[in-house]
Design a protein around this ligand. Sequence first.
Ligand code: ARG
Length: 259
Amino acid sequence: MKKMMKKLALAVACVTTVAMFAACGGKEDDAKNNEQANVIKFGTNAEFPPFEFVAANGVIDQYDGIDMAIAKNIGDALGKNVKIENMEFDSLLLALENGQVDAVIAGMTIDPERADAVNFSTPYYTAKQVMIVKEDSTIAKAADMADKKIVVIQGYTGESCVKEMKYEYDAFKKGSEAIMELVNGKCDVVVIDSATAQKYVGDNAGLKIVEDPEAFDSEEYGIAIKKGNEELLEQVNDILEKMIEDGVINELSAKYSEQ
Ligand code: ARG
């Protein structure tokens, strides 16, 4: 009888201990889940002023720009903390598909090929490709690039445009590197999105922008969200539409373009 009581006591003790551990583990998991549930992760490539760039005092950590302010607004509206994952532009959609990020905000043009892989939000910005040249350049339209040294940024829509025109080109990883090539006279023209071109021309003396609306169609930027995550897509669309309606996006564009 005594032996049995001992066994029983041992069993109770064991069960209690196991239960305690389980409870502990459970609490930790809950905390982790809550933390994750309270964070929305945006992927970007912070090499694209005025949409995303690294700054001393960014709107989210060290990241600043129109897109970063939009991401912050979305986080606030959803009651979530925003985390930015900065990576190469070419890796963004893969990171989204892998679940490494919840959404991609990167001045990303909505195009049919990308839209096959991911969903895009309501467009929030209209842009076009332009040519940046030296002030004394004779390039006046896209066709004038034919026998010139062209530089594009790898994976940007500007690269697809030049490829389609069947011109030879060099591709750089960053817009800033492309601009240095031009400033140093190592190439004749850089093809890149309009607002970013404005920034570079403002920051570097001796450059100008040449437009050719007949050669370059207008493009629209959207936030990319994993296919199947309709809930987030709808939430983002609601928030974006309100930001457009209230003029917030226009204000942000003006603010960051003037800087
Ligand atoms: N709009 C262009 C594209 O979608 C360039 C975007 C580059 N964005 C960036 N964050 N680096 O291809």
